[in-house]
Design a protein around this ligand. Structure first.
Ligand code: ADP
Length: 483
C-alpha cells in the first residue's frame, strides 16, 4: 500500500517551495489508527518556521494577486485534474492515516477535487458594483480584492476536503496560504503541497507547516501579515483563535462543533428515515461535525424506528478501512474510544438501554461497535456534548413544539435533519430550527454548490456555494471625482 501512496507521503514542511525540517530537527510520529503502527514522522515546528512560512506567503502574494482570475482558474482546474488522476493513491494515504474506509476516502478526495473545480469557476465571478452616484461629477466603484495571506488550520476527520474548501477559494480569490494540518493526519495535508507543485502553482503560494498547534496558532494570530484565519475544529480552540486574532483584527471563519438533531415525525416514511439516519450517524464512524448526535422520534413510531435502526446498525461491517466492504473504520485514537465509553456509561446509569453494540469491537485497538441507545433523556451527557463516535441515542417526544424545543436546546447550530410527510410541518419545523443547515427527508446534504456553515457556537462564515469565496475578499469603495 505504501508504494502507491509514497509519492504523496512527505515528511517535511513546505516553505517557500522547499521541503524542510523543523529548526530543532524534532519530529512527531504519525500512526495508522487501524493497526496502531507508526507510518512515519512529520516536523515538530513552532513559531519560527511559521513566521518564515508567513513571510514566504506574503512575498508570493505580491505577484499572485496580480495574476488574472482566468490564469488562477486554469491552474485550479489543473489541480482538480491532478487530484482526480491520483484519486486512488490519495484515498489510500487518507485511509492509512485517518482510518475511514477506502470507499469514504475516495469520496472525500473526489469532494476535494469538486471544491477546487467549483472555486476555479467562482473565482471568475467575484464581481463588484458600479453604484448610481449622488454627485453629477463623481462616480462610485466597488471592487473586490484578495485579503492577502490567509492561514488555514484543519482537523483530522476530513484531512483532505477541509483543506480543499479553504485552499480553493483562497487561491481563486488571489490570496496566498499558510496551512497547518492536524498532527494525527498531516500527510493528506502535505499531499496538497505535492499537488500544487506539480501543477505549477508558484512557490510560496501554498506553504504547509506541521507541529506544535498552539505555537503555530499563536504565531498565526499575532503576525500582522496574516489577514484571515480559517479554522475547522473544536469550538474550544475556535474561541481561543477568535480571541487571539482580535489582537491584529483579522477576518475569521470558523467551522466548529455541532450537536445535530435528527427528528422523525409520526407521518414520516420510516424506512427512508432509517436509511437517512444510517448516513447521518455512521459516516466516518460518527466522527463528523454534521453527524447526528441526538435522535428525536415521535412516540407513535418510536419502537419501530429503534428496532429498524438497531437492526441496520448491527449489520454494519466494522474493520480496517482497506478491507473490502468495510463500512466502519476505527475511531481516531484511544481517547475517542474512552469518550464514547464514558457517554454510554453515563446513559445507562441514567436509565438508557443499549439495543445494539455498546462495547469495544472484538478487533481491538480503537474499533468500536455501532451502538444504539433507547430511552435517551435530556439529563444524559450527549444532550449537550458532541459524541464524535458511532453511538445513536434515541429520545422520544410527543408534539412538534417539543421536538423543535429539544432540538434547539444546545449552544450549537450546525446541521440538523428531520423527516415528515407533511408539507406544512416541513416549513414550520425548517423555520423553527436554529441551525445553519437543514436536511428535510435527507440525511446527507453536504455539496460544493451549497453554503456549509453553522450559527450560534458552531461558527462564523460559509464554505462552499458562491458565499464560500466572500471571506477571502475585501470590498473596496472607490470614488472618482472631477469628471
Ligand atoms: P479536534 O477535537 O477535532 O482534534 P481541535 O480543535 O483540537 O479539534 O483541532 C483542530 C485543529 O486545531 C488541529 O489542526 C489542531 O492541531 C489545531 N489546534 C489545536 N489547538 C490549537 C491552538 N491552540 N492553536 C491553533 N491550532 C490549534
Amino acid at each position: 500500500m505504501l508504494q502507491k501512496t509514497s509519492h504523496f507521503l512527505r515528511e517535511a514542511n513546505l516553505i517557500d517551495g522547499a521541503w524542510v525540517q523543523a529548526d530543532s530537527g524534532a519530529t512527531i510520529d504519525v500512526t495508522n489508527p487501524a493497526t496502531g503502527l507508526k507510518i512515519g514522522t512529520v516536523p515538530k515546528s513552532g513559531a519560527a518556521e511559521t513566521a518564515r512560512a508567513i513571510a514566504a506567503a506574503d512575498a508570493a502574494f505580491k505577484t499572485w494577486k496580480k495574476t488574472s482570475a482566468l490564469e488562477r482558474s486554469k491552474l485550479l482546474r489543473k489541480l482538480h485534474d491532478a487530484i482526480m488522476d491520483n484519486q486512488d493513491a490519495l484515498a489510500e494515504l487518507l485511509t492509512l492515516e485517518q482510518g475511514k474506509s477506502l470507499f469514504e476516502s475516495k469520496g472525500e478526495v473526489g469532494m476535494s477535487a469538486a471544491y477546487i473545480l467549483w472555486f476555479a469557476e467562482e473565482g471568475r465571478r467575484t464581481y463588484g458594483d458600479t453604484v448610481p452616484s449622488p454627485w453629477a461629477d463623481r462616480r462610485i466603484l466597488v471592487t473586490k480584492e484578495p485579503v492577502g495571506v490567509i492561514a488555514a488550520i484543519t482537523p483530522w476527520n476530513f484531512p483532505s476536503s477541509m483543506l480543499a474548501r479553504k485552499i480553493g477559494p483562497a487561491l481563486a480569490a488571489g490570496c496566498t496560504a499558510v496551512v497547518k494540518p492536524a498532527s494525527q493526519t498531516p500527510y493528506s495535508g502535505l499531499a496538497w503541497g505535492v499537488l500544487c507543485e506539480e501543477v505549477g502553482i508558484p512557490k510560496g503560494v501554498v506553504n504547509i507547516v506541521t507541529g506544535a498547534a498552539s505555537q503555530i496558532g499563536d504565531e498565526i494570530c499575532a503576525n500582522p501579515l496574516v489577514r484571515k484565519i480559517t479554522f475547522t475544529g473544536s469550538t474550544e480552540v475556535g474561541k481561543v483563535l477568535i480571541q487571539k486574532a482580535a489582537s491584529t483584527v483579522k477576518k475569521v471563519s470558523m467551522e466548529l462543533g455541532g450537536n445535530a438533531p435528527f427528528i422523525v415525525f409520526d407521518d414520516a416514511d420510516i424506512d427512508r428515515a432509517v436509511e437517512g439516519a444510517m448516513l447521518a450517524k455512521y459516516r466516518n464512524s460518527g466522527q463528523t461535525c454534521v453527524c447526528t448526535n441526538r435522535f428525536f422520534v415521535q412516540a407513535g413510531v418510536y419502537d419501530a424506528f429503534v428496532e429498524k435502526l438497531a437492526a441496520a446498525s448491527d449489520k454494519l461491517k466494522v474493520g480496517p478501512g482497506t478491507e473490502d466492504g468495510v463500512q466502519q473504520g476505527p475511531l481516531i485514537d484511544e481517547n475517542a474510544v474512552e469518550k464514547v465509553e464514558e457517554l454510554i456509561a453515563d446513559a445507562t446509569e441514567r436509565g438508557g438501554k443499549v439495543v445494539a453494540g455498546g462495547k469495544r469491537h472484538a478487533l481491538g485497538g480503537s474499533f468500536f461497535q455501532p451502538t444504539v441507545i433507547s430511552g435517551a433523556k435530556p439529563s444524559m451527557r450527549f444532550m449537550k456534548e458532541e459524541i464524535f463516535g458511532p453511538v445513536a441515542p434515541v429520545f422520544s417526544f410527543d408534539t412538534e413544539d417539543e421536538a423543535v424545543a429539544l432540538a434547539n436546546d444546545t449552544e450549537f447550530g450546525l446541521a440538523c435533519y428531520f423527516y415528515t410527510g407533511n408539507l406544512g410541518r416541513a416549513f414550520r419545523v425548517m423555520e423553527g430550527l436554529k441551525y445553519g443547515m437543514v436536511g428535510v427527508n435527507e440525511g446527507l446534504i453536504t455539496t460544493v454548490e451549497a453554503p456549509f456553515g453553522g450559527v450560534k457556537e458552531s461558527g462564523l462564515g460559509k464554505e462552499g456555494g458562491h458565499q464560500g469565496i466572500e471571506d477571502y475578499l475585501d470590498t473596496k469603495y472607490v470614488c472618482i471625482g472631477g469628471l
